[in-house]
Design a binder for this molecule. Structure first.
Ligand SMILES: Cc1cc2nc3c(=O)[nH]c(=O)nc-3n(C[C@H](O)[C@H](O)[C@H](O)COP(=O)(O)OP(=O)(O)OC[C@H]3O[C@@H](n4cnc5c(N)ncnc54)[C@H](O)[C@@H]3O)c2cc1C
Length: 335
């Protein structure tokens, strides 16, 4: 079996998605170790335009299809596209565990009778040609190791945001190979509209703004001040580990290395968080970081683009009031 690694790439408004760049970078690293090739499937209306970007992030061969059925996610059509190339089977299929990626990966495994693993954090090639694969579940509390022989193809799902986007090599080029047009197919998934995500429930990975609270809060009740601030900003609430450990928020709100993801929202505001490396690892890629802390020497105050020194119990209600005033909203004490 050749050391070919397949990846499936996603487009957001015609642009290669961030999770796709991330998975390409990881596939590239593995491909370099295995001396293998990265074959990427780019299926969508603007696939041809995004192909060059796929190459600079690591793809050697880019299969493209611009059939109209790919305007929206259609798993059956994706499988039909993969089937065109399956006579030269891959050794590994790497998929980012986005909503669509997590839906497609097990279908690929089932269709072609390949192995399947989700929540993958590490893939290590072995001397005998096999693979040792680590997975993490339950907020990284359960770690498992699996081995696959050199003859087994395996579909791996990696947590989006857990690795980060690697550096593009602008000199890299790839070979673009158009796939055969698909025979008439029906997409059984119909998108009837989009609902704007509620920042209170949206996953931290998808939030455009995040405000995170830490040990600077004296009790759980006080987190209402943080929620009020987040609501005014249209931000999702995150937390440092002590807050999640105390059970004041659920673990899916955790920011930092233990969460297994690296957040990079447009705006990240930390409130009463010192900035241990474990925490900073999970948010340092954010383009705009504001830190509110009464200790100006706290590590996150140095990392921040804007450091606000003061007591959160005075600052948060005041900023919340001012944001609301700017928006012409009535005062409701942050509840
Ligand atoms: C293996 C391992 C993994 C870990 N993973 C994570 C992780 O993923 N995420 C994570 O967060 N931590 C993680 N930790 C824990 C981490 O090392 C820190 O202990 C933790 O991040 C500290 O949280 P904190 O900043 O909220 O608390 P503290 O370090 O106690 O900081 C509280 C801050 O609040 C400020 N403050 C207090 N009162 C006020 C006030 N009234 N107004 C303004 N500021 C105030 C203080 O000046 C201080 O800087 C991990 C630790 C280990 C060993």
């Amino acid at each position: 079996m050749e050391n070919i690694i397949w990846t499936w790439l996603e487009l957001n408004n015609g642009e290669l998605s961030e999770s796709s760049m991330e998975i390409l970078g990881e596939a590239r690293k593995l491909g370099n170790t295995l001396k293998g090739q990265i074959h990427a499937f780019l299926l969508g209306e603007y696939a041809d335009e995004a192909a060059a970007k796929a190459a600079i992030y690591g793809a050697d061969v880019i299969y493209i299809a611009t059939d109209s059925i790919f305007r929206t996610y259609c798993p059956e059509a994706c499988l039909a596209a993969f089937a065109q190339q399956v006579s030269r089977p891959p050794r590994i299929v790497m998929i980012s565990g986005t909503r669509n990626g997590a839906s497609l990966a097990p279908r690929i495994a089932a269709r072609f009778q390949w192995g399947y693993l989700a929540n993958v954090v590490k893939v290590a090639p072995q001397e005998d040609g096999g693979l040792k694969i680590n997975t993490e579940t339950f907020q990284a509390k359960v770690n498992n190791t699996y081995t696959f022989s050199a003859r087994q193809t395996v579909v791996l799902v990696l947590q989006p945001g857990s690795i980060g986007v690697g550096k593009a090599d602008k000199k890299r080029t790839g070979e673009v190979r158009p796939l055969e047009p698909l025979a008439d197919m029906t997409n059984h998934i119909e998108i009837t509209g989009f609902i704007k995500a509620d920042p209170r429930s949206v996953s931290l990975n998808d939030a455009e703004r995040v405000v995170a609270g830490g040990n600077g809060f004296c009790n759980q009740e006080d987190l209402k001040i943080l929620q009020g601030f987040a609501d005014a900003l249209g931000a999702a609430v995150g937390s440092s580990k002590p807050i999640a450990d105390k059970g004041w928020v659920t673990y899916n709100r955790l920011v930092g290395q233990s969460s297994g993801r690296r957040l990079a929202p447009n705006l990240f505001v930390s409130v009463g968080i010192s900035g241990a490396t474990h925490f900073i690892e999970g948010m340092k890629e954010s383009p705009l970081i504001i830190s509110i802390n009464k200790d100006k020497g706290a590590p996150l105050m140095k990392e921040a683009d804007l450091a606000v020194v003061g007591d959160l119990y005075e600052i948060l209600p005041e900023i919340t009031r001012q944001i609301k005033a700017m928006r012409g909203e009535a005062e409701d004490h942050g509840k």
